[in-house]
Design a protein around this ligand. Structure first.
Ligand code: GAR
Length: 224
């Protein structure tokens, strides 16, 4: 593509606060990238409005209009590829993707999940962590593979679970971390520092541990 910036397509299903964190970081000039389009599988969600507010084209591909996952994914690929992306970012995109889709974007598709993976794949992660009596929880960013919520981990950020914690209060704390780590990881990718090689994440040519980098504020300060 002609403008040298990393071209990103963001997939959403809902409120889009992670999308907003990315938009804000790019607009501040902290990531050399452009969000070419937002694609949502749900109509009328706040994330679409966020895109519109920043002049980003948004497409809705309602999964309910397709007879199966494969045909939905094929249409998604058509729309995404029409934008010529270098990177696909799943930001609260709540559909299971088929291997045809995940293989097509291998090494250039990221997901954020609200748990310390491999714990609590799937839904209701905050309540499940509380119910299990865990004293910590968090968010994980990983490369997407055909293995649902199971791709190679890039980074995790932890929060503590306090007494009387509710799923809502925990979700708030986790999202605050998400809004720090997702822009950071997209920046690493855009700067060519982050790669997936032979199913292993590498940052600056060094293989990451199985549970990725453990985020703290000093990492944030070092990178901005
Ligand atoms: C985020 O907390 C993200 O971790 C989660 O959905 C939320 C979307 O919020 N993703 C998943 O659960 C994926 N399995 P947002 O729309 O405000 O960014």
């Amino acid at each position: 593509m002609s403008d040298f910036k990393t071209r990103i397509v963001v997939l959403i299903s809902g409120s889009g606060t992670n999308l907003q964190a990315l938009i804000d970081t790019i607009e501040r000039g902290d990531i050399d990238a452009k969000i070419c389009a937002v694609v949502s599988n749900v109509d009328n969600v706040a994330g679409i409005e966020r895109a519109a507010n920043h002049g980003i084209p948004a497409f809705v591909v309602n999964h309910k209009s397709f007879p199966n996952r494969e045909s939905f994914d094929e249409r998604m690929i058509e729309i995404i590829d029409s934008q010529g992306p270098d990177l696909v970012v799943l930001a609260g995109f709540m559909r299971i993707l088929t291997p045809v889709f995940t293989d097509h974007y291998a090494g250039r598709i990221l997901n954020i999940h609200p748990s310390l993976l491999p714990k609590y794949q799937g839904l209701n992660t905050h309540q499940r962590a509380i119910d299990a009596g865990d004293n910590e929880h968090g968010a994980t960013i990983h490369f997407v593979t055909a293995d649902l919520d199971g791709g190679p981990i890039i980074i995790q950020s932890k929060v503590s679970i306090e007494e009387n914690e509710t799923a809502a209060s925990l979700a708030k704390k986790v999202q605050k971390q998400e809004h720090l780590i997702y822009p950071l990881v997209v920046k690493w990718f855009s700067d060519g520092r982050l790669q997936l090689i032979d199913d292993c994440c590498q940052l600056d040519g060094e293989a990451l541990q199985k549970n990725g980098i453990q985020f703290d504020q000093s990492i944030h300060k070092l990178n901005y």
